[in-house]
Design a binder for this molecule. Sequence first.
Ligand SMILES: Cc1ncc(COP(=O)(O)O)c(C=O)c1O
Length: 450
Amino acid sequence: MRELSHLIQSIPSSATVAIADKANALRAAGHNVIALAGGDPDFATAPHIVEAAIQAMHAGKTNYPAPSKGIMVAMEAIAEKVLADSGRTINPASDVIITPGGKWGLALALWSILNTGDEVLYLEPAWVSYVPLIRMAGGVPVAVGLDGADNFRITAEQLTAHITPRTKAIMVNSPSNPTGRVMTAAEAQAIAQVANEHDLFVISDELYEKLVFDGRQHISLMGLPGMDERTLTVNGLSKGYAMTGWRLGWLVGPTAVLKLAAKMHSQTLTSAAHFTMYAAVAALRGPQEQVAHMRDAYQARRDFIVPALNALPGIECPMIEGAFYVMPHFPHSSRNSVELAEALLEKAGVAGTPGLAFGPSAEKRVRFSIATALSDLEQAVERMAKIAEELVICHLSLVICHLPFAAPLLPCSPALPPHARCSHRPHLPLSGGHCPPHHLAGATIAPRGG
Ligand SMILES: Cc1ncc(COP(=O)(O)O)c(C=O)c1O
């Protein structure tokens, strides 16, 4: 066989798919696995949306749509939504493309603006497909690593520090998969300020916009001053409307960019499925109660799982603000995130995605989807509780930390990594008063045998 594509060979396979495959293999072998690795809502699509698609099929909407980038009534419904969300009036005929899923909207946006070697800043931890999508479009992904200790806050300074003459765009995702952060007004201002100052495009992935908790407001970046001519907004029905299998999303942006995107779209996929576009109209213009109901259910699951995980030894789980993922941190474990996810799957039968899949700033974290029944989440936490101590600290440190008088007895060993602290009592240096100061701040004892 002749040589295959170097570019595609260099792209890693999806880590979320890999862990899902492993979980499925364990299931097929008779193991009881709770699958929390994927991102697929456990709700059914609302009946009025399903009905609209059935009616469209009966009405013969089974051929190519015209125009192929989307039927006018659906593009108008999207333009209405954009106006309501961002205050921007767009031309439905020229500024919208209906795509088979949000992912293709991201691909079209990148292909339309990038030339080989153009740099794209992305906020890391980032969804697993950003780096491959940027690279496949000829771009160079540049990670802007956000600090988990600072709740993955976005600042203008961090973004500016990564800008070079080749920087073309910033990719933003709020609510964020995997961190569950929802961009604040100050963060949105920071992104807009940097984009305006440096004349950058912004690709704003708003797939989880419907899933914001505690009364927060989703901010659509294209509504900020100076942003409508530089923002490519990617959205869709997959997450908020429980329609992942329908493959229905859209790209909205400046006419000149969308013209190129439409060319790319028609030369590759031709169109999204015709009858699904009628479902999109029903979803966007119809009753929104089910969307609110699903959001409330995710919030209730969050309200269970975040405190439950925080109650386990050595696990710190940040409160999430939106989307449907939690990403607990195992700061004192000597295992990396891949080893943690493997141990959780093999020893507890709980499938999560290793943080590393989202970038090095998510190391020592595992992402779990909460788009799963509460009873499954409860069972998952029970199972994790059984192995939590084994996962995060060594048996020796556990014994010692549980004895109030014993910590000072642990000899100061040069084998201890610097920064040793007990996971149960992080305020207490592992080696008590007997160690030199440089051994007293924050280390983990390497677990033995698991
Ligand atoms: C952050 C983010 N963007 C985009 C997508 C793609 O969504 P779709 O299924 O509509 O292609 C996903 C799917 O998981 C996602 O998590």
